[in-house]
Write a protein that binds this ligand. Structure first.
Ligand SMILES: Cc1cc2nc3c(=O)[nH]c(=O)nc-3n(C[C@H](O)[C@H](O)[C@H](O)COP(=O)(O)O)c2cc1C
Length: 390
């Protein structure tokens, strides 16, 4: 089974991710991983940290001569900020180290700070925020890029775009071509396919920044070219919608996940939300009248575009801090401020792509298996033949 794990602290030496279960013989490009890492660092409304970190992946295991060899792949991403933090977060304690700590004693509402110190029994929240920070998502994006590469060999592509920032919302569906065109832009954008709406989104970010505030929004991840039959209706944990929801929900600051048009459907009549079925005799294939289900029925992909949305809360660290309490004195105090972003919705979308890619690659390998890419290919091609009966 395809599985991954990440490790590393926000201001530690590096982030690390391992990915186990990719078949051997998959061509790997480090630049393809770096491109995804770069995309995660873009987006209108990012803070100073992104200017310091320019992430580069180093692969230290599982890839030889630009190909996977079937063993666990380890990707390492150095934190360039480490040089300023090595005394605050040393691995081994040394005399005087106590004075160089950078304790965070005024927990920030909306972060893991307070719940974390109570759970792990720390006097301050430094070690909690170091791991809770979304810097960890760089490691997810790195292994997500490997999953994306694997899926691309079967013509599955995964991209994201932004459909809402604060109260500004794209009210029409984006076409796949628009989403592809967006991914090819290189300037710092908000990731909306509609230029006029994107302009209004930027204004919302600017207004929040001026007020020392932050904004959230909604990103949409679309997977194109997904074969029908991934995931299964047979058990609660084999349903792909459930797996995708967990994966996307696990992204820092994501507070809700929607597959297809969930919110709209809940307020509509049954006759208005299902996707009608037709048969095209000339093409010898089934067609659908719409894709409101987001490409999943009964927890199984149906061959339409897979559409998953993540609802991102406005990030919690505020320049104009909220009310909190000092952990040492228990006296009221303004929450601590650490350099922070104003809007992370486009970046969260890139992380969403990574999580969807990892879930899809796992479901793909569960269905088609294979210890080498050639074996996976044979199994996949045989299934494609079987689908011709439908
Ligand atoms: C890509 C990305 C970047 C983020 N950057 C920040 C940030 O600079 N400051 C901040 O307070 N929160 C940031 N967040 C959100 C926090 O990590 C998140 O709200 C926090 O870990 C609390 O977790 P929860 O909101 O999921 O409960 C970011 C989230 C993402 C996805």
């Amino acid at each position: 089974m395809l599985r991954f794990e990440t490790a590393g602290e926000s201001h530690g030496e590096c982030l690390v991710a391992t990915l186990t279960g990719l078949p051997a013989g998959l061509p790997i490009s480090v630049e393809a991983i770096n491109l995804e890492l770069w995309r995660r660092q873009q987006g209108y409304g990012r803070g100073g940290r992104m200017k310091i970190e320019s992430d580069r992946a180093v692969i230290v295991s599982g890839v030889r001569h630009s190909q996977t060899i079937g063993s666990p792949i380890t990707v390492l991403i150095r934190n360039r900020d480490w040089q300023h933090w090595s005394e605050a977060l040393p691995v081994e304690n040394e005399p005087g180290a106590e004075d160089k700590k950078r304790p965070l004693t005024r927990p920030r509402p909306g972060h893991a700070d307070l719940a974390g110190v109570m759970k792990y029994n720390f006097p301050d929240a430094r070690y909690i925020l170091e791991r809770a920070s979304a810097r960890e998502t760089a490691a997810r994006v790195a292994v997500g890029a490997l999953a994306k590469t694997f899926l691309s060999h079967f013509s599955v592509q995964i991209l994201s775009h932004v459909i809402a920032v604060e109260g500004v919302r794209l009210s029409r569906a984006a076409t796949w071509e628009e989403i592809v065109a967006l991914a090819e832009r290189t300037e710092v954008v908000l990731g909306c396919v509609d230029a006029e709406i994107e302009g209004r989104m930027k204004e919302a970010v600017d207004a929040a920044a001026r007020a020392g505030d932050t904004v959230g929004g909604v990103f949409e991840v679309v997977a194109h070219g997904v074969p029908p039959g991934l995931g299964s209706h047979i058990a609660w944990d084999t349903r792909l919608d459930g797996q995708l929801a967990q994966a996307v929900m696990s992204i820092q600051a994501v507070k809700g996940v929607e597959v297809g048009q969930a919110e709209e459907a809940a307020a509509a009549l049954g006759s208005q939300v299902q996707d009608t079925i037709s048969y095209d005799r000339a093409e010898a294939r089934f067609t659908r009248g719409s894709n409101r289900a987001g490409g999943l029925e009964g927890g199984i992909t149906n061959g339409q575009n897979l559409v998953v949305r993540g609802f991102v809360k406005p990030i919690s660290t505020l320049k104009r801090p909220l009310e909190s309490v000092d952990l040492a004195t228990r006296e009221p105090a303004a929450a601590s401020y650490e350099r922070s972003d104003v809007c992370v919705v486009p970046a969260a979308g890139v992380v969403g792509e990574a999580m969807v890619s990892l879930v899809l690659a796992r479901a793909f390998l569960e269905k088609f298996g294979g210890d080498s890419l050639g074996e996976t290919r044979r199994n996949y091609d045989a299934y494609r033949e079987q689908l011709k009966n439908y």
